[in-house]
Design a protein around this ligand. Structure first.
Ligand code: 4NP
Length: 152
């Protein structure tokens, strides 16, 4: 199973999902390949947001190795599933995909918890460090559901 998480900047929400799910896969002996990307190029090559790194570390998730990258058309061939962290992100993904076939691999992350409700993971980028806590907990909850899923 190859999974890609996508947000806008690839420094807050999708790296959190990547490193949380990587950790769960290790704990559960799941041989999955997990990565993340952003639809925008603003932060390419940069580390995850410091506030997110510190928050994740408090829960035992180490995101220090992360470097941001931008989603490319090739990712739609390589990955089995692409999880969009928010509805506005899905619009940007569709712009890069430029094809309905490619979009068949794209699922809304929050649909794993609230199917069909069109919910998004709140973007903590504009907030304070404390805003990363509920985001971490929500992403952790949904990643737990994904890691327990037998069929996609
Ligand atoms: P992310 O958060 O998409 O969760 O990584 C953002 C990070 C940076 C920006 C927007 C969202 N930005 O506009 O630079």
């Amino acid at each position: 199973m190859k999974i890609l998480f996508v947000c806008l900047g690839n420094i807050c929400r999708s790296p959190m999902a990547e490193y949380i799910l990587k950790r769960k896969c290790k704990e559960k002996n799941l041989d999955w390949e997990i990565a993340s990307a952003g639809t925008e190029n603003y932060h390419v090559g940069k580390s995850a947001d410091e506030r997110g790194i510190r928050t994740a570390m408090k829960y035992g998730t180490d995101m220090k190795a992360h470097r941001a990258k931008q989603l490319t058309a090739k990712d739609f061939d390589y990955y089995d599933f692409i999880f969009s962290m928010a509805t506005d992100v899905t619009h940007e993904i569709a712009f890069i995909a430029h094809s309905e076939t490619r979009m068949k691999k794209v699922k809304l992350f929050m649909d794993e918890l609230f199917p069909g409700k069109l919910q998004s993971v709140p973007d903590p980028w504009y907030g304070d460090e404390k805003d990363f806590i509920p985001v971490y907990e929500l992403v952790n909850h949904v990643c737990e559901i994904i890691s327990e899923k037998k069929q996609f």
